[in-house]
Design a protein around this ligand. Structure first.
Ligand SMILES: Cc1ncc(COP(=O)(O)O)c(C=O)c1O
Length: 448
């Protein structure tokens, strides 16, 4: 049986043929991945692509990093899951995280970012005895009910509840207030009106689930001030920004310290481990402490091989010039893309930070709000990315998605990307972009 038929077999036993909603990408229904290596992946047709999707962000060191993989193999050879007690490596990882991330006094491990943000909201509600949480239009914090709304909303759904799933209790949807990112006035008004009921504000300090929207000066400080004044919990969801932008996360860059922080993705270069950490008084209310009331569990929490992956990854991030390398390449890509778009006469706003980049098909300065992003020409954005695939470059062809460089990318990859971009842009202009953007341009619209 040919590997191509795998995608057909997949359809009969896996809903939609893939194991995550965001892996069902229009135009890529036949895509079967057979190998990853460094800055590349290979598909079942034998085609190798330079990968800038990076599995939504984990492999900051590049795929199959030899040091991380060796640490996993070494751990797996002598210890696996026990489900009782603790290991020395878990303690050392927790000590590392507490030393690196300004807000983290104590820390608990989970397997995924969604679990970490779930627990962050639960402990916030428990600690404050309040009901409401605040999130921002364009932020994604995982798949659980309290935050499953208003990510990449269609224009007509901005400003009201826009669930990304059915099956959520209406009272849960009603307990989340969705505010515009970078709008300090809206935050102050929400606190003036609902402050006594707000348990937590959860925010991606840089909005990376819509590409790259940086916080404007003072915005994160307003979140800090308002939550402090109202006695609410401030949660920085650093599942993307953590370790990728700095070992101490965005909070170490912006100087605003939240009460709780969630991290994942780049912590272990692709192995499933994440964490929630923060103020000791909040963290000590989790039921891992005897008699404490906020239930916390997970069969795979602190899995030795995953902990080993995280420790090896953090060691490498600390000891090698990883950030220097990816930041330099990121800068070359962003300035190179600006040139490519301007030569072609195509309006573009090239945004990003460090290793992250995204070329929005719209004019004007870097976007600051979700409303700005509605000007992005999704048909061209998708058309360009699909054309890039013909040149063996992979940037995920879903609207607004960011791209990443890793330690395994080189200056030669950047040259190749810029050359391919020139050609892909011409092809996208000729074709007018993707005609059918349904299912690739928004994420939301689930009817209540
Ligand atoms: C900012 C942010 N928070 C949380 C999550 C959820 O993490 P996971 O997919 O590991 O559950 C994601 C995933 O993309 C994310 O981008």
């Amino acid at each position: 049986m040919s590997l191509d038929s795998i995608s057909h077999r997949a359809l009969s036993v896996i809903p939609g043929g893939v194991n995550s909603g965001q892996r069902r990408v229009p135009g890529l229904e036949q895509l079967v991945i057979t190998a990853t290596r460094g800055a590349t992946f290979t598909d079942s047709r034998g085609d190798t692509y330079t990968d800038y999707h990076a599995a939504f962000g984990p492999p900051l060191l590049g795929h199959n990093d030899p040091d991380v993989d060796a640490a996993v193999a070494e751990a797996a050879a002598h210890i696996d899951l026990m489900g009782v007690g603790v290991t020395q490596a878990e303690v050392e990882l927790a000590e590392d995280l507490a030393a690196l991330i300004p807000s983290v006094e104590k820390v608990l491990l989970t397997s995924t970012g969604s679990e970490a943000t779930f627990h962050a909201l639960r402990v916030s509600r428990a600690a404050t005895g309040r009901r409401l949480v605040v999130k921002f239009q364009g932020c994604y914090h995982g798949w659980h009910d309290s935050v499953s709304m208003n990510v990449i909303s269609a224009p007509e759904r901005v400003g009201r509840v826009d669930p990304i799933s059915t099956g959520i209790l209406p009272e849960v949807l009603d307990a989340t207030l969705v505010l515009p990112f970078n709008d300090s006035g809206a935050v102050r008004r929400a606190f003036a009106e609902h402050g006594a009921d707000i348990a937590a504000v959860i925010v991606e300090p840089v909005q990376h689930n819509v590409g790259c929207v940086l916080p404007v000066d003072g915005f994160l400080q307003v979140l800090r001030d308002e939550t402090t004044r109202a006695g609410a919990v401030l949660i920085f969801d650093e599942v993307i920004t953590g370790f990728r932008h700095a070992l101490g996360g965005w909070q170490s860059i912006c100087g605003v310290t939240p009460d709780l922080t969630t991290v994942g993705k780049a912590i272990a270069n692709g192995y499933p481990i994440a964490a929630i950490g923060g103020r000791a008084d909040l963290m000590d209310t989790f039921s891992s402490a005897p008699g404490r009331p906020v239930f916390f569990a997970g069969t795979y929490n602190g899995h030795p091989a995953m902990v080993a992956a995280a420790r090896a990854c953090l060691r490498k991030l600390r000891n090698e010039p990883v950030h220097e390398h990816v930041f330099a390449l990121g800068e070359q890509i962003r300035s190179g893309l600006e040139e490519v778009f301007s030569e072609a006469g195509v309006p573009a706003s090239v945004a990003g930070y460090g290793s992250v980049f995204v070329a929005y098909f719209m004019d004007g300065p870097a976007p600051q709000t979700y409303t700005d992003l509605l000007r992005n020409d999704a048909a061209m954005f998708l058309g360009y990315r699909r054309a890039l695939m013909r040149h063996r470059i992979f940037e995920l062809p879903l609207n607004l998605k960011r791209s990443h460089v890793s330690y395994a990318h080189t200056a030669a990859h950047v040259d190749e990307l810029l050359m391919a971009s020139r050609a892909a842009l011409r092809e996208a202009i000729e074709s007018g972009g993707v005609a059918d953007i349904a299912n690739a341009s928004t994420m939301g619209g689930a009817m209540r």
